[in-house]
Design a protein around this ligand. Structure first.
Ligand SMILES: [Zn+2]
Length: 174
């Protein structure tokens, strides 16, 4: 391998690994998570994404990274063992994409605000209440940890169209 992202790469839509539920990160796994982070952030930035969940790069652990690059400012967020403990009744629709679905976007309805419980890299329990794009991203990435993909939130008709496009594009590249 001639790049420093090593053997990790983003798994695409129909890869069965994306459907697996991930394992809780135990204290002993934290070192492993810390080692994976620089590579994961690099992959995410290169692909122009704002969120990346561990299973998307073939790691079956319950964590994800986010960097919204708000006002072109980088702010790295790592969320481990997230649990959504509150969701607002207010819903919002937003055009979502996913690094596992290159160039595919769809309007997805989700709660506008969420409160989550998670642990940080030191293994300390944290809580976060958030709305807007960050809340959206957290819900999308938490879904990944449970083997749920954004296309599961749309009609099967729309989902099939997206899946067909992805398969077509993959064939073109290989
Ligand atoms: Zn995604």
């Amino acid at each position: 391998m001639n790049n420093d992202t090593g053997t990790l790469s983003v798994l695409i839509a129909n890869n069965p690994f994306l459907r697996k539920k991930t394992k809780i990160v135990e204290k002993v796994d934290l070192e492993k998570v810390k080692k994976l982070l620089p590579v994961m952030f690099e992959i995410m930035y290169k692909a122009g994404g704002i969120g990346l969940a561990a299973p998307q790069v073939g790691i079956g652990l319950r964590f994800f990274i986010i960097d919204l690059m708000k006002d072109n400012q980088s702010e790295k967020i790592t969320i481990i063992n997230p649990e959504i403990i509150e969701k607002s009744e207010e819903l919002k629709s937003y055009k979502e994409g996913c690094l596992s679905f290159p160039n595919q976007y769809s309007e997805i309805v989700r709660p506008e605000k969420v409160k989550i419980k998670y642990i940080n890299l030191e293994g300390q329990e944290q809580e976060m209440q958030t709305d807007g794009l960050l809340a959206r991203c957290i819900q999308h990435e938490t879904d990944h940890l449970d083997g749920i993909l954004f296309v599961d939130h749309i009609s099967s008709l729309k989902r099939n169209i997206i899946m067909r496009k992805i398969i077509k594009e993959q064939k073109r590249h290989h």
